[in-house]
Design a protein around this ligand. Structure first.
Ligand code: CIR
Length: 267
């Protein structure tokens, strides 16, 4: 069973953190409809959607991916790089506790979940503005203990590593080589985003399908030409808050009672 944990679009989304974008008005009602349609896509692709309750004072809480890194054996509760986001993690820890033993990233380390790309037993972590060297070392030590190899890679001109590269299935990645070091992913099959869509690398693989934002048609056509089956969602309003498709959910493979969960290929 695959669970997708989500968080609602809060009233204060318009005061979200912004790093690379100019602030533009966000249509909250449209953002909520788009988010609900995203959750419907997750359900259509077989996820049981668990939506947490909204909490005031956390404008970026909808971007739940940044609050945790979920591995097969454990979940790591992060310490987000933006101080305004640190209040997001308690509810996420409570939601993950039934499914995984929890570990945490502790001060002075910072780490955003959006900086961690996983493929099988390998993790790549971005050296971004949000994730500091201590965060990388704490992730490395916790994940190495569970049998993962952790490599750190540069992040340039975008918020998180997952803005630059995401995994598609077992051995492929969608990448913008201008925003990270493609060589660090050597040996994997790489599909490049269309150069006209620099932020199009953020897609969410679920089983055989890939959720992608409809506003990146050129890259979506490249993916389809490579045989990738897409499920498009409209995310224009969350994109104004620098959010993409991976950041609005945390996926957890959970065993139905008495079963062992299948390992997750990548995210
Ligand atoms: C932030 O700057 O933290 C939010 N406005 C956007 C976070 C997006 N998260 C992600 O891509 N993992």
């Amino acid at each position: 069973m695959r669970i997708a944990i989500t968080r609602p679009v809060g009233e204060e989304l318009g005061s979200c953190q912004l790093t690379h974008l100019e602030r533009r008005p966000i249509d909250l009602a449209l953002a909520r409809r788009q988010h609900a349609a995203y959750e419907a896509a997750l359900a259509e692709l077989g996820c049981r959607v668990e939506r947490l309750v909204a909490e005031p004072g956390l404008p970026d809480a909808v971007f739940i991916e940044d609050a945790a890194v979920v591995l097969d054996e454990l979940a790591i509760i992060t310490r987000p790089g933006a101080a305004s986001r640190r209040g997001e993690t308690a509810a996420v820890a409570a939601a993950l506790a039934p499914y995984r033993p929890l570990r945490s990233i502790d001060a002075p380390a910072t780490l955003d979940g959006g900086d961690v790309v996983r493929l099988g037993r390998e993790l790549w972590v971005g050296r971004s503005r949000r994730t500091n060297p201590a965060g990388i070392e704490q992730l490395r030590s916790i994940a190495a203990g569970a049998g993962y190899r952790v490599r750190d890679v540069p992040v340039e001109g975008c918020l998180h590593l997952k803005s630059a590269v995401t995994a598609i299935g077992e051995d492929r990645l969608l990448i913008n080589p201008r925003m990270t070091d493609a060589g660090a992913f050597g040996g994997r099959r790489l599909i490049e985003v269309d150069p006209a869509e620099p932020l199009a690398a953020n897609v969410l693989a679920i089983g055989e399908r890939v959720i992608t934002a409809a506003h990146q048609p050129r890259t979506n056509r490249r993916l389809e030409s490579a045989g990738v089956r897409l499920r498009r969602v409209e995310l224009s309003e969350l994109a104004k808050a620098e959010g993409g498709v991976t950041c609005c959910s945390l996926l957890v493979e959970a065993a139905a009672r008495g079963e062992t969960p299948a390992p997750a290929p990548g995210r």
